[in-house]
Design a protein around this ligand. Sequence first.
Ligand code: ATP
Ligand code: MG
Length: 400
Amino acid sequence: MKKINPPSSEMKVLVHHAEIGLKGGHFSFFERRLVENIKKSSFRAKIKLGGIQRKEKRIFCDFESKNPEEVTSLLKKVFGIKYFSFVKEINLNQDELEDYVKGILKQLKKEKIKKIAFKTKRANKKFPKTSVEINSNLGSIANSLGIKVDYKNSEKKIFIEITDKIYVYTERFEGLGGLPVGTSGKVLCLLSGGIDSIVAAWLMMKRGCEIDFLHFHTYKENKDVLGGKIIKLVEILNDFQYSSKVYFIPYYIYFFESQGRIDERYDVVMFKNYMLKLGERIALEKNSEQVHKRLRGLVTGDNLAQVASQTLENINASSFKINLPIFRPLLTYDKQEIINLSEKIGTYLLSLKEYKDCCSLLGKRVSVKTEIDTFEKELKKLDMEEIINKSLKEIFEINL
Ligand code: ATP
Ligand code: MG
């Protein structure tokens, strides 16, 4: 990896928001949440944040760290950041700016850079020179040092942003984009140990959701899940949302009540309907007094036609009589795209680890086209309400 050289030992970082710039009247709400999330991320990464300031639709962070790589990897995990840069702060003074940029240009000349560009943004319109004038003055200095200004084919860019101070930088780091976690409300993700559902949860976080998780396990006792794969997967996502609630339910309750009653062809679809209904009951029963903490939807890692249970007909049947919205952010992704994301998130290798999932215990001869009327007939063979009530008595909940 290329070594990062911040322009000043102060570790001052300028953060530019992603889409929240478009949120009009709600801007402040989004920006405050982004600030809060940067603070939580620093705390989690054990990097001291000396100060954080919002001004002119930008966020300025002062990290007390000697390691720019650790600051970079922290900010690359915060949703809502478009890009960020290590900056040099100088006073609102043209001479000081020119002196400082001259120093950068001399260094670039040593590095044999021949073509540069200046990108100036003047948010503070009280600064006496316009962006064009600033670029032109700095361009003359560059020329005097034998460096050309070439906006189309520059080898290096020098960025200048003017607020109540002047900020100069030469390198931008891309953020994750999306919206700050916590700005869109809460949803409940049905989490298996596989590749897909954890990625689906992450994508919902990207749009500002906070996620609670629900997992059906095949252990004898709830406590056996502790220290296992599911906990580890959720802990990886905690880098992005800082804390999580996970509900566990033993699979054997459904298994004993349904065993031998359901036509093998509809087993998987029936089980998925049970999981979704249970998720919906949790959402309703845990309906918090605090409106912003209510669970407003279910999330699955379903992917259209990836496996037999995920045909349009089967997705339809498994969603039978679920009123809460069901979000399937991976529906249209190719498997490779999902794998690429899970590698980026850091869950891929863990997802691959062997795990006894409930679905592997269900019927293998799955019907790929379960029509609703067939499904309804099959559903009558079970007392689903009773199975759900029994299951809820065995629920185990932990906060990570
Ligand atoms: P995944 O990679 O997420 O396991 P999958 O491709 O294996 O998905 P299925 O096994 O059909 O597909 O599961 C589809 C979805 O159902 C999962 O993405 C997840 O949301 C949910 N699901 C499956 N098994 C469980 C489980 N044991 N507990 C909770 N949810 C589950
Ligand atoms: Mg699976």
